[in-house]
Design a protein. Structure first.
Length: 74
């Protein structure tokens, strides 16, 4: 950590604080996404594996698809 702090021109404690803040922000974002997914799941709306696969396969191609919409309903 001392080496990374030196490279970043920060004290080790400042670097540690930034790392903790980043970690906590990432956890909060993850928790928010999980809560949003649970709301969608309670509606009974899901995206099929096939639709998700087509979307992922299109990434970084000239024909990149928009994120899929729910196509499975309970």
């Amino acid at each position: 950590m001392e080496e990374e702090a030196r490279i970043a021109k920060l004290s080790a404690s400042s670097l540690a604080n930034k790392a903790i803040e980043t970690f906590l922000a990432a956890r909060a974002a993850k928790r928010s996404q999980i809560e949003a997914a649970l709301v969608d799941a309670e509606k009974g709306e899901f995206i099929s594996g096939e639709a998700l696969g087509r979307w992922i396969d299109s990434w970084e191609t000239e024909a990149e698809l928009p994120p899929p919409e729910p196509d499975v309903f309970g």
